[in-house]
Design a binder for this molecule. Structure first.
Ligand code: 5GP
Length: 195
């Protein structure tokens, strides 16, 4: 579900399977393009030891998440792997009204919601070179159990099928630097020819 947002800057949706490296790509794009703002989502998922509240996510309770929803503070939200994830709208509105480029790193359900209320949003799907590589990266991350990694792989397969249909751009992360350059190229050329 998503609600309309005031806009002046560009809104970019970046999605891709867990383990594909989209977090690294987004962080690097943000570092290299000063006008880019990466929005921090809220989630009810437990915080991993390596994560910091307010950096990767705002880690909130289920009741707090419900409150954000009820008060209309979320631009979109979705349930992913049994936890809620949502985009707080305040920072997005502010950055867009300042003419910044806002990146939302969200899943395909969220991407669809954002597109429905903001068709000008540009969507980029990050793909792994192949599924074997994705399996290797997910296992190497060691952040979750084998079962959880399997669930993420299943979702990856489904999302990749859906992304084919409605994402504007697909970027294969077979080489990190090339993938970063490709995303920067897309963002920089949005005012020109799209697709
Ligand atoms: P993770 O728990 O691995 O960080 O994220 C799981 C999934 O949730 C990823 O596909 C990520 O893109 C997605 N996600 C993160 N934040 C949001 C959000 O605010 N909204 C939606 N719809 N998905 C999100």
């Amino acid at each position: 579900m998503a609600e309309a947002v005031s806009k002046k800057g560009k809104l970019i949706v970046i999605s891709g399977p867990s383990g594909v490296g989209k977090g690294t790509i987004c962080a690097e794009v943000c570092r290299r393009l000063p006008s880019v703002y990466i929005n921090v989502s809220a989630t009810t998922r437990p915080k991993a030891a390596s994560e910091v509240n307010g950096r990767e996510y705002w880690f909130v309770s289920a009741a707090e998440f419900e409150g954000l929803k009820k008060d209309g503070k979320l631009l979109e939200y979705a349930e992913v792997f049994g936890n809620m994830y949502g985009t707080p709208r305040e920072g997005v509105d502010r950055a867009l009204s300042e003419g910044k480029t806002v990146i939302l790193e969200i899943d395909v359900q969220g991407g669809r919601s954002v597109k429905s209320v903001y068709p000008e949003a540009v969507s980029i799907f990050i793909l792994p070179p192949d599924t074997k590589e994705l399996e290797r990266r997910l296992e190497g991350r060691g952040r979750e159990t084998i079962e959880a990694a399997q669930r993420r792989l299943q979702k990856a397969g489904k999302e990749m099928g859906e992304a084919e249909k409605f994402y504007d751009y697909k970027v294969v992360n077979d080489n990190l630097e090339k993938a970063i350059q490709r995303v920067i190229g897309i963002i920089s050329n949005i005012d020109g020819e799209k697709r």
